[in-house]
Structure formats: C-alpha cells, structure tokens
Write a new protein. Structure first.
Length: 232
C-alpha cells in the first residue's frame, strides 16, 4: 500500500471541494554480520502490514467549513519476496464526503452524487534495492505539502485521528502502481503509474517507526540506500 496514489485520490477530493468556493533481475542480498536476515526482515514487514486491518480518519479542509471527508483504508493483500527484494501490496481506500448541514447538491453543479463516494484499489510494487531513504512523517503534513506544491498553500487539511506514513524515497520514478478508481456508480477507471515516493500509512507512530527500521534494514541488505551520482 504505497499510498502515493491513495494520497492523490484524497487530495483530489480536497481540490474538488475547493473548486466549489527492463530492469534485470535484482542482485543477491548483501551479507550482514549482525541483525535479522533478509528473509526474517521481509517476513516482519509482511506481518505488520497484514495486521493493520482497517484504519480511518476524518479530513476537514480550511476553506470549506462544514465539509468532511471520511477515509477508510485497508491492506487487502501483502506478499514480501526476499529472493527478489520486492514487496507487493494491494490496498483499498474508500473516501466519502459528508455535506454541510442543510446543503444539497444542485443539478449542473461542480459536484454530483457520484462524487460523494470514491473507491480506489491500488496494487504497488516496491523494490528495496532501489529505495534510497526511509522516513516517518505525519500524513497530515504530507497532504498539506502536496497542496503547497500545487500552489494552494492557503488550503490546510486536518486529520482526526492522526495517521503516520512510512515514506520510501528514490531520485527516479521506480515505484510502480496499478489503480482502479470508481466514483459512485460509474465504471472503474484503470491506470498504471510510477512515482519517486512510496510507502504505507499506519494508525500509530510506534508501529510506523518499527516498520521503517525494518524497511531500512531490508533496503541495506538489498543494496539500496544509495543515491545515483549526478553526471553534471
């Protein structure tokens, strides 16, 4: 559950409301003199992600008082492959918009009934040999940074309760995703994409930090953690 596309989906909700106002086979894992083996580390990551269950939060947006986006996220399937230094995660996110009290949708308006519920099913592939850095950040901070980068620093989002994102970084777009996005009763829209950022969201900071340490260890064992040299 890399979440970068999931975050983009939730971010799109915020902007919609605002509008109303041949890589080859991976190298073998590096030998290590201490710490868990790669197989044990990958198994730990798989178990922690599988144990997540469903987590959720409510999002409120500063320039849309009375509007609330309820997000439910669930890791549906996880497979960690130590032989390939690769993690495969399928996640499902449901986002539902609650209208302000007394507010109704008008025909021809910027939002329709179908916009009030969106489901995203995302399958991510992460190669630890290509990960360069692992950090833990508040999901709220990430979403606000996305708004700032989209030239909307004045729009602020608040998440209740807070959530924590284990963020995987690379200098090139190597994280691959396939998403199926369904709005209301419309047919799903399929999309394949790549990104420089991947990761997973957790409900508590302690678990996020433990998984981040495990992912950092997997990255090191798989030969990652290196930023490509600049040519110029």
């Amino acid at each position: 559950m890399k979440m970068n596309c999931w975050l983009t989906s939730v971010f799109a909700f915020g902007l919609a409301l605002a509008a109303m106002g041949q890589q080859g086979p991976p190298p073998p894992a590096k030998a290590t003199d201490s710490g868990p083996t790669l197989a044990a580390t990958m198994q730990f990551i798989q178990e922690k992600l599988s144990q997540q269950g469903q987590l959720g939060w409510a999002e409120t947006i500063s320039n849309q008082p009375g509007w609330t986006v309820h997000v439910l996220a669930n890791v549906a399937d996880v497979m960690a492959d130590p032989a390939a230094c690769t993690l495969y995660v399928t996640g499902i996110i449901d986002a539902t918009i609650d209208l302000p009290k007394g507010r109704v949708l008008k025909p021809g308006g910027p939002l329709t009934v179908d916009d009030l519920h969106t489901r995203v099913v995302e399958t991510d592939t992460t190669s630890f040999k290509q990960v360069e850095k692992v950090t833990v950040e508040k999901q709220e901070d990430i979403e606000n940074q996305m708004r700032a980068e989209a030239a909307h620093p004045e729009i602020r989002v608040t998440l209740t309760p807070p959530a924590f994102f284990v963020k995987l970084w690379t200098s090139t777009a190597v994280f691959s995703s396939h998403t199926s996005t369904t709005k209301g009763k419309h047919e799903p829209v399929e999309k394949d994409s790549t990104s420089k950022v991947g990761g997973v969201t957790f409900r508590d900071e302690d678990t996020a930090n433990h998984v981040a340490k495990a992912m950092t260890h997997a990255m090191e064992l798989c030969g990652g953690g290196k930023t490509p040299k600049e040519l110029f």
